[in-house]
Design a protein around this ligand. Structure first.
Ligand code: NAD
Ligand code: UDP
Length: 337
């Protein structure tokens, strides 16, 4: 197999750091470019001495140059509380970051991958969501900075392919979880596990009947790498695990697996929070043989193990204070079970 020189934008983040590992393991040289806004040096610390790994701190909104033939653009905060901190920056990160990646692709002939999202479908009226569904996004809501930034980036990707002949690959990623998620970033899996490990009640937003389909990170990385390696396909491809769970079902599973006695505390459903989400993955299956293998129970066990180790390190004073800094949502009615 040909060895590539790859640039991973957002490579110190949760998904990006796993992608760096996978590319290095197959022999690629990896440049990891990240402003550490939501990423962490801990995620790539094990690569410090790797001879084919280079970390450069910087921001994708400013043009960049690297000697590469593959560009993976994952730079963007992914958790709603995080991407809503500075919504203007979030939009610019997606749009300008993708523009700069594509300009480098046009100059160098590098193939460009873009990490798009199930959020392009908004609060969907079609369930489950195939790639041909065009979505239902509120352009002026609190999630718009993320959703519309990603939608604009998809359109830039496609126009650079049409207008400038850049080779592109677009994945629409559905909720992904696993080790190296930031315990402080406010997403459901990290919130529930950290809360359970700290014997706090789990924060359920709304009535907990909304659904998500959770994909273990290793399965997602299989999909990203296979899609990037596909010789021609340039249209968007859903990547995710089609097994669908309610928020309440996830809460029960986390409580069982952590053997936690914690209850549930209900808070308001955030504005525009999608009520249902499940990918149709036929396109990915037919195109690249994508078949997620890791069941939620098994993936959660591995993720809980990771968070337990983080918590232990923090309690022993050898780890950074991550649990203590985590996102604490406002609480409304306490209804422990
Ligand atoms: P993450 O927040 O852990 O990683 C994002 C990385 O991008 C971080 O390391 C962050 O520091 C970096 N970054 C943010 N803005 C930047 C900028 N302006 N310049 C340089 N670096 C910047 O999130 P993640 O879960 O690893 O997500 C990775 C990508 O996948 C994101 O683009 C996200 O939108 C997409 N995605 C993730 C999921 C998911 O469930 N994890 C779902 C859909 C899409
Ligand atoms: N959620 C929740 N409790 C939390 C965090 C999230 O009930 O502590 C809900 C959230 O309202 C959404 C779902 O879990 O319905 C997934 O949220 P997340 O932020 O992980 O990702 P999203 O898919 O909304 O981007």
């Amino acid at each position: 197999m040909r060895r590539h020189h790859a640039l991973v934008l957002g490579g110190a983040g949760f998904v990006g750091s796993h992608l760096c590992d996978r590319l290095l393991a197959r022999g690629d040289t990896v440049y990891c470019f990240d402003n550490l806004e939501t990423g962490r040096l801990e995620n790539i610390a094990h690569l410090d001495d790797h001879e084919r790994f280079v970390f450069v701190r910087g921001d994708v909104v400013v043009p960049f140059q690297f000697p590469v033939d593959r560009i993976y653009n994952l730079a963007c905060p992914a958790s709603p509380p995080r991407y809503q901190v500075d919504p203007v920056k979030t939009t610019l990160t997606s749009v300008l970051g993708t523009l700069n990646a594509l300009r480098l692709g046009a100059r160098s002939g590098a193939r460009v991958f873009f990490a798009s999202t199930s959020e392009v479908y908004g609060d969907p009226e079609v369930h489950p969501q195939p790639e041909v569904y065009r979505g239902c996004v509120n352009t002026v809501g609190p999630r718009a900075c993320y959703d519309e930034g990603k939608r604009c980036a998809e359109s830039l990707m496609t126009d650079f392919a049409r207008q400038h002949g850049v080779e592109i690959r677009i994945a629409r990623i559905f909720n992904t979880y696993g080790p190296r998620m930031d315990p402080a970033d406010g997403r459901i899996v990290s919130n529930f596990i950290t809360q359970a490990l700290c014997s706090e009640d789990l924060t359920v937003y709304g009535d907990g009947t909304q659904t998500r389909s959770f994909c273990y990170v290793d399965d997602l990385i299989d999909g990203i790498v296979a899609l990037m390696d596909h010789p021609t396909f340039s249209e968007p491809v859903n990547l995710g695990n089609p097994d669908e769970f309610t928020v309440l079902a996830l809460a029960d599973l986390v409580r069982e697996l952590t053997r936690s006695e914690c209850g549930l505390v209900f808070g308001p459903l955030p504005e525009d929070d999608p009520k249902l989400r499940r990918p149709v993955v036929d396109r990915a299956r037919d195109l690249i043989g994508f078949r997620p293998k890791v069941k939620l129970r098994e993936g959660l066990e591995r993720t809980i193990e990771y968070f337990e180790a983080q918590l232990e390190a923090e309690l022993s004073g050898s780890g950074r204070r991550l649990f203590g800094q985590r996102h604490r949502p406002g609480r409304r009615a306490a209804t422990g079970t």
